[in-house]
Design a protein around this ligand. Sequence first.
Ligand SMILES: NC(=O)c1ccc[n+]([C@@H]2O[C@H](COP(=O)([O-])OP(=O)(O)OC[C@H]3O[C@@H](n4cnc5c(N)ncnc54)[C@H](OP(=O)(O)O)[C@@H]3O)[C@@H](O)[C@H]2O)c1
Length: 373
Amino acid sequence: MRAVEYTRHGEAAQVLALRERPHRPVPGVGEILVRVLVRPVHRGDLLAVESPPDPPGSPRPPAQPEQPVQPEQPGQPEQPQQPEQPEQRAEARIPGVEGMGVVESVGAGVHAPRPGQRVAFFPVRGTWSDFVVVPAALAVPVPDGVSDETASLMLVNPLTLRMLHRALEDALRGQRGTVVQTAAGSSVGRLISAAAVRHDLRLVNLVRGDSGAHRTRTLYPSQPVVVTRDDDWREQVRRHAGERGVRVVLDSVGGAMTQDLSALLAEGGTLISYGQLGSGTTPLEALPLIARALTVRGVSVLRWPGLAPEERARDVDFALDLARRTPELLEVAASYDLADFRAAVEHARRPAKSGTVLLTTARTAASEQGGAR
Ligand SMILES: NC(=O)c1ccc[n+]([C@@H]2O[C@H](COP(=O)([O-])OP(=O)(O)OC[C@H]3O[C@@H](n4cnc5c(N)ncnc54)[C@H](OP(=O)(O)O)[C@@H]3O)[C@@H](O)[C@H]2O)c1
């Protein structure tokens, strides 16, 4: 099976390589083996490849299963396990935490899903691979009528939206007020804009350039759009926010913008940080934080598995509903075969891109049985 791997951190295009692994993993008790058909290239996937290992205490998706393996050709007698190459023992890792595919086989104790069924999954480490072992409890059956592409995207970003929404409600504490979001043209940004329309929230959209501004104005004409390349963008935001100022900033840019964003907040306001698209750093000065009683809060979807089971079930229902009713909110920028991962990574970072880049594996006769596409 093919897998995109890395054995050291660094620029994704340089450290990632396509390798042929001789064996597929074998699902253990309560697990399923999935032939992955589509997986997204998320910014977080690239950050994980490029950043040094997480500091202690960081949330992590479950580890890749240790190698019980099965031969590549079903039906052949099991081959003896090959000793791993030294390079692989140096912890070859496979990027990706989300994807969809067709169940190939199930481990002991698994009654559902069944082989041949389409499933989406998150968080499962190593989805940039032709096969992945998934805990059955994390496999979400894909409804008929939802395309493979939509299914591959329906968990991470919608679940992030749910987590941001909860953080936002905590920050607003029932009061109305202006909310500002950065990178409004991003895939997550579009979900936030759509939710703001649904919840009648006063949202100001920040974008860095004209293409994002045009896209966002076209999709959400009722929401003000401010371009941060304009010298007076801070004044524009203040004008839109009015006397009561900005209550909450939802920020996925970070870096050098952090100081400006916190300066826009009204007394008691909250900066919710959930991404680092930008570069550079700025000190977050203690005195303004103290004097204006500001809150800074981080949100990561990798903490979603720690939520209560009922809350997670509601979130998955939300994601399924969104995928069925508004698949256009899960826009695909382009699809590339897994082997073309370098082109996909370059596209994922391309300015003025709209939507998410996908990596695909061709269907086989066996996976053709996997329901509606
Ligand atoms: N915390 C979490 O759990 C979580 C989960 C999902 C996503 N995220 C984060 O959410 C953010 C958006 O992800 P996505 O998948 O929605 O992104 P995306 O669809 O790839 O879109 C990226 C967007 O960011 C804009 N952008 C890129 N660099 C920028 C910069 N330096 N300053 C301002 N805007 C910039 C681009 O605008 P142009 O049109 O101007 O090029 C584009 O609209 C990322 O930071 C990602 O890591 C976090």
